[in-house]
Write a new protein. Structure first.
Lengths: 366, 382
């Protein structure tokens, strides 16, 4: 996700087209996904829910990016749109290993699916109750013909073993397992295809604290063994801090801030990030709480406020925030923020190649 | 009591025998509850300490299922002092919610029954033993003296009624002054304002699906506070919410508690929330209290191995660890509990005595109590 000067230059030369940089497994530029709102007699489209509205980041191979934000801010949709799981995108680019995901034919996409996998949020509803566990894990492996028939059973046993499941669990059904075990099944199902990139959509939020720790440790071990890249979606900030190398903070479809975990947690820049971090409960009764309580609730993504989307709840709101949308700026190396408060700060990326100006023009054109 | 030592499988014959026995027990208990015109003297009792709002004393709540008796709450003793917040922590299935449901007499009957113990509720001039109060009388206690904020605001509101109607109903049911419809509506709108809903007139006419999770939780809180109860049970009030909304709701609860001077029993598995809100902490494991004390004592000096493990397994912002601690093993089968310390099989700090009977409660300080063999000798030394 560290946007180096190199990529920025490349982007500046060809404003709109992303160039493949082999150090990144995933490059996302200005990704947009609008869902139509149907209404009226003949169910015309009367508006759009702007679930993802301009998300830009790069994800390095073998690292974990955490994606945090309130519910309804578009975290999950971002994950699904990257995997091309919710129809066509509305705009932007998704390069996976240099390949535009949305340009692939049906057959090519089917092959790509083995490389990108997802672990769904709720282990209680994302497993088919009518299939035994061995079949849930092995179905896709057989479908894609990843291993010869003779080795199939051994392969499944090995995958299950990696994820902490016993071979005799193969013939059982999901309802016979506890939440933590089911999450292991979900993980085994995703990893059986030997993917390079896994979207983890709130994999631990439905679990108890002690089980959470087991699953997080498992995810980390598997990452080391298989050199996996994770996009870790969660609203639990302490978990994200623990597992991620880089963190992106989303608000109402926008990525308002992203950078290395260290930078974001030590020195949050965006007012929303500050409020979010001040709200984390600390398990120490003596800890002093300097809480910034946000007023109001998240505006409707169908009709977001003009200008900066956060201005309605922002403590440091200025006049400019109400009508002009801020652009992404690199404040520290690899630490990006989208906020007018930092308009005067020196933009590191602008200094090297002026992509900010190019992007403003692009935004205005739309 | 039917106690089966089978590993999961039960033959039809056995299952039938168990359910027959269960019916015998439950129907007897049900008769007790359903009696009409029970004299008050039968359930009057004395508070052990008049400064407590509620005292749980050796509470046993069992579920009589066809597979055997589930001892969901198995001897729980703790107090909720007036004007204080007591946090109850533990894994899911440890009996936190069942304890609070016992207080409200909302256990799924007839299977779920309180079989032993007392819950003393302080009504000011007198005290009731909730376990003996008949259903009829209970309805006047719920809402007026105690109320509950349920876990999931998404499912606890009725989707086919407007918010206003649902809050009105609570007031109309529990109010004895004979308020007119207009008065009730005015009070509902005032309540909605009190819980921080800006557009209260508008929300009064809305349906639950039109509100966000945080707003729904506020409505739930408004309903719970409608009759200024003495004790508020908050069953995981913020688990389904985001951190920013969670901060708002916790702030709100704290302020409201001071406004109407009531006690809160806060049930959660988030230690961060507990640290922030609670004055006293009760740690439960497999239906029993393993440790209790003031929040400072529990967080500064966690003593039971389970509490220590729980604290270590939660990642904390600002503290970098390579690997999270995870408590090995899993909770024992609730139908077939071992006769030694329930935590022994997962415990990494076992001492010699651990294979003996379930450890009794050891006082580490006047308020700090722990059930663990590791502290037996310390007791002897004192």
């Amino acid at each position: 996700m560290n946007m180096t000067a190199g990529t920025e230059e490349a982007k500046a030369s060809k404003t709109n087209v992303l160039e493949y940089d082999p150090q990144y497994i995933l490059q996302v530029q200005n990704l947009k996904k609008y869902f139509p709102i149907k209404g009226g007699l003949i169910s015309r489209t009367v508006g759009h829910v702007k679930a993802v509205d301009g998300v830009t980041f790069n994800l390095k191979r073998g690292t974990t990016m955490g994606l945090v934000g309130e519910s309804g801010c578009g975290k999950t949709t971002t994950g699904r749109v990257i995997l091309r799981l919710s129809g066509e995108k509305t705009g932007g680019q998704v390069l996976f290993n240099g390949q535009e995901v949305y340009d692939l034919s049906h057959e090519e996409l089917r092959h790509l699916r083995t490389k990108m996998q997802i672990i769904f949020q709720d282990p209680f509803s994302s497993l088919s109750p009518r299939l035994p566990v061995g079949e849930i894990i092995g179905e896709a492996v057989r479908e894609h013909g990843l291993v010869p028939k003779a080795e199939f059973n051994d392969y499944i046993d090995q995958v299950m073993d990696n994820c902490g499941l016993q071979p005799f669990h193969k013939d059982r059904y999901p309802h016979e397992f506890s939440g933590g075990q089911r999450q292991r099944i979900c993980i085994a199902r995703a990893l059986a295809l030997n993917p390079e990139f896994v979207v983890c959509d709130e994999p631990v939020s439905a679990l108890d604290v002690s089980i959470q720790a087991q699953i997080i440790n498992l995810l980390k071990d598997l990452q080391e063994q298989h050199k996996l890249t994770y996009l870790f979606i969660s609203h639990d900030l302490s978990v994200v801090e623990h597992i991620s190398d880089t963190v992106g903070v989303m608000y109402l479809g926008n990525l308002v801030e992203y950078g290395s975990t260290e930078d974001i947690f030590r020195n949050p820049l965006h007012p929303y990030t500050k409020a979010l971090f001040s709200a984390i409960p600390i398990p120490d009764p003596k800890a002093k709480m300097n809480r910034i309580v946000l007023e109001g609730s998240i505006p409707s993504p169908a009709n977001p406020p003009a200008g900066c989307k956060f201005h309605t709840r922002c403590a440091g709101c200025m006049e400019i925030c109400k009508h002009e949308a801020p652009v992404q700026k690199e404040i520290e190396p690899g630490h990006f923020v989208v906020c007018h408060l930092y308009d005067d700060a020196k933009d590191l990326s602008a200094a090297s190649a002026k992509p900010a100006a190019a992007k403003t023009a692009e935004d205005k054109a739309e | 009591m039917a106690k089966k030592h089978s590993e999961g499988y039960l033959s039809g014959k056995e299952s039938r025998r168990i359910s027959k026995e269960n019916r015998k027990i439950t129907s007897q208990l049900e008769k007790q509850h359903k009696r009409k015109n029970v004299p008050e003297s039968e359930y009057l009792t004395q508070m052990h300490n008049p400064n407590n709002a509620v005292e749980f004393d050796n509470l046993h709540s069992y579920f009589f299922t066809d597979a055997g008796t589930v001892k969901a709450v198995d001897g729980v003793t703790f107090d909720v002092p007036i004007g204080k917040t007591v946090g109850v922590v533990g894994e899911s299935g440890c009996g936190k919610s069942v304890t609070s449901l016992s207080l409200m007499q909302l256990l799924q009957r007839p299977q779920g029954q309180i079989v032993e113990g007392e819950i003393r509720l302080n009504l000011g001039d007198k005290a009731y033993d909730i376990t003996k109060v008949p259903t009829e009388r209970m309805q006047t206690l719920r809402g007026n003296y105690m109320s509950m904020i349920f876990q999931e605001p998404m499912t606890s509101l009725n989707p086919v009624f407007r918010i206003g109607a649902q809050v009105d109903e609570v007031i109309a049911l529990h109010d004895k002054d004979g308020l007119s419809k207009e008065d009730i509506k005015a009070r509902t709108i005032k309540l909605l304002e009190m819980v921080g809903i800006a557009n209260s007139e508008g929300v009064y006419r809305m349906y639950p699906h039109e509100l966000s999770g945080g707003m729904r939780q506020r409505v739930m809180i408004a309903m719970a506070l409608a009759c200024s109860p003495k004790i508020i049970i908050a069953d995981e009030p913020t688990t389904a919410l985001d951190v920013t909304i969670q901060a708002q709701i916790l702030d709100l609860l704290r302020n409201l508690k001071d406004q109407i001077n009531s006690s809160i029993m806060l049930i959660t598995h988030d230690l961060g929330v507990i640290a922030e809100m609670a004055d006293y902490v009760v740690v439960m494991y497999a239906g029993r209290v393993v440790e209790k004390g003031t929040a400072e004592e529990i967080f500064a000096n966690p003593s039971h191995p389970y509490t220590i493990g729980l604290m270590a397994s939660k990642p904390v912002v600002g503290k970098k660890v390579d690997k999270l601690y995870s408590i090995p093993g899993k909770v024992p089968n609730p139908i077939n509990m071992p006769n030694y310390c329930y935590f022994k099989d997962r415990c990494e700090m076992c001492v010699e005595g651990c294979s003996g009977a379930y450890p009794r409660e050891i006082s580490l300080s006047p308020t700090h109590k722990v059930s663990c063999y590791r502290y037996y000798d310390r007791k002897a030394g004192e």
